[in-house]
Design a protein around this ligand. Sequence first.
Ligand SMILES: Nc1ncnc2c1ncn2[C@@H]1O[C@H](COP(=O)(O)OP(=O)(O)OP(=O)(O)O)[C@@H](O)[C@H]1O
Length: 580
Amino acid sequence: MNSVRKLLTYTKPYKLFVILAPLLMALEVTMDLAQPLIMQKMIDHGIANDDMAYVIQMGTLMIVSAIFGLLGGAGCTVYSTRAAVNFATDIRRDVFKKVEHFSSKNRDSIGSGKLITIVLSDLTLVQTALMMTLRVLVRGPLLFIGSIILVYFQARELFPILLVLIPILLFFIIFLSRKAGTWFKRVQEGMDRLNTKLQENIAGIRVVKAFVRKDYEIGLFKKVNDSLTKTTMTADQIITILMPILMFVINIGIVIALLLGAIRVDEGTLQVGVILAFINYLNIILMALMTSSMVLMQIIRAFPSAERIQQVLETENEIERYVVSEQVSSIKGEVEFKDVSFSYSKNGEHVLKNISFTAAKGATIGIIGPTGSGKSTLVKLLPRMYDVDHGDILVDGVSMRNIKLETLRSSIGYVMQKPMLFSGRIKTNLRFGKATATDEELEAASRNACATEFIEKFADKFDRQLTQGATNLSGGQKQRLSLARAFVRKPAILILDDATSAVDASSEATILQALESDFHETTTFVVASKISSIINADKIVVMDDGALVGMGTHHELLESCPLYQEIYTTQAQIGGVAVE
Ligand SMILES: Nc1ncnc2c1ncn2[C@@H]1O[C@H](COP(=O)(O)OP(=O)(O)OP(=O)(O)O)[C@@H](O)[C@H]1O
C-alpha cells in the first residue's frame, strides 16, 4: 500500500488529467443513470396515457443525455490515457536512471532478469491499473451507488431484493480478488525466471551450440515456461470464474423481481414500468460490479508490481551513501591499499584478506596469482564497483570514499577481462573514454592499442558500425578497441584486467611499450596470467586465495616468493617466459 502511495506521486505533474478523467466519467454515469428514469416516465406517463407529445419529449431527452454521455466517456478515455502513459514514462525514466547508478552489488542482488521484468511487465501492469482506475473505478461505484439510490426512490417495493443480493455479490468479489492477488504475485516471479533464462540463452547461444546443450536448455526453458503457464492460468481462471458467479446471482435477483412484481402488478399495487426500471438498474449494478471487479483485479495484480518497482527506486546505492568530504578536483594517481578485506555477500567469506600495498604515481603494478585468487576483485575496488568491507583505499592520500565518485571514475581507464562494446560506430565507442576526443586523439589511442591495423582495413574505418555485443569483431579486435577506449582518456590510473589475453605476443609487446612511453605519468595496474606481461612492472603483487603472498620486482620475487617461483617455472617450461 505504501509502495502504491509513493508511486502515485508520479501522477502529480498530470494532476489536471487525473481530475478531469473521473469528472468526465461522472458526466457519462449521470447520463447512463438517467436513461432508465426517462424510459420509466415515457412508459408509465407517456405510453400508458397515449400522450405522444410526452413520448417525443422524453425520447429527445434520452438522445441528448446519450450524446452528453458519449462526450463524457470519450473525454475520460483521452485524459486517463494521457495521465497513465506519462506516469509510466516518468517512472521508467527514473528506474533506468536508478539502474545506471547501481553499484555492482546492487545489480548482483536484484538480477538483470528481474530488472527487465520490472521495466517491461510490472510497469505496464501499473500503467494499465491507473488507466482503468481513472476510467472505470469511478464509473463502477458511481453506477453502483446511483442505481441503489434510484431503486430506493423509484422501485422501493423491490428494494429488499437488493439488500439480500448485494452482500452475496460483495462476498464473492472480495474472496476471489484476494485469491487472485496471491497468484498474480507468483506470475510476476515466474516472469522473472523466464526473462533470466531467455537472457542467458540469447547471450550464451554460442556456448549452448558448441556444447551441444540445445535440447537440455530447451528442456529447462520448457520447465520455466510451463510453470509460468500454469500459474497464469490459475490466476486467470480465478478472475474468469467471478463473472459467471456475479451473473448467476443477478439473474436470480431478476427472477425474484419478476415473480414478486407480477403478483404486485396483479394486485394493482405496482406499475410495469417500475419492474422494468428495477431490472434495468439490476443490470447496471451487474455491469458496475463486473467492471469494478475487473479493475480491482487489475489493481490487485499491480500491487506486487508497484512494490517491485518501488524496491528498485528505493534501493540505496551503497557506493553513493558516503559523504564527499574532500575537495579533490583532480587525481594524480598515488594509490594505497590499507588492510583491505572484501566479500561479495554480507557475512560471506572474504575473497580479499588484509591486503596492503602502495602504488606510487606513474608506477606499474603487476598482479598475478592462480585463478580465483582475487586479482580481478582487487582492481574492481579501484573504480568502486564494490566498496571494501574493512580497511581503506587511499588515492593521493585521501580515502576514495570521500572523493566524488565522478571525479574518481573519470580519472580511471578500465579495461575489463571481458570486453564490452556497444552497438554503434567504432568512433562512438572510443569516445566513451573521452566524449570530447578529437579524431587525432582517437587515432593515437588506437595506434597504441594496436587497433589501427584492423580499423584501417574497414571501408568506413572509424565509422564502422558494431553490432550488439560487437559480434562482428573478433575477440582480439574487441580487446584492442577496449584498450583504445581506455587509452583515449589518458587516465591518471589505468587498470588492465587480463586485457591482452586475446592479443598476439608481438602486439602485446607493442602495447606494453606504448604504455611505458606514453603513459609514464599513469599509475597502471596490470592483472596478468602470464609473467611476460608484467615482468618489467615496478612492483608485482602475488595473490593466493584472497591473500597477498608476495610483493616486489620480478627479480625480488624470484628470490623470495615460492608461488611466484612456481608460476615462473611452469611458464618457463611451456615457453611462456624466457628463463633467466
Ligand atoms: N560477482 C561475484 N559474486 C560472488 N563471488 C564472486 C564474484 N566475482 C568473483 N567472485 C568470487 O571471488 C573470488 C575471486 O574472484 P576473482 O574474479 O577476483 O579472481 P581472479 O583471481 O581474477 O580469477 P581469474 O584469474 O580466473 O580471472 C572467486 O572465488 C570468485 O568465485
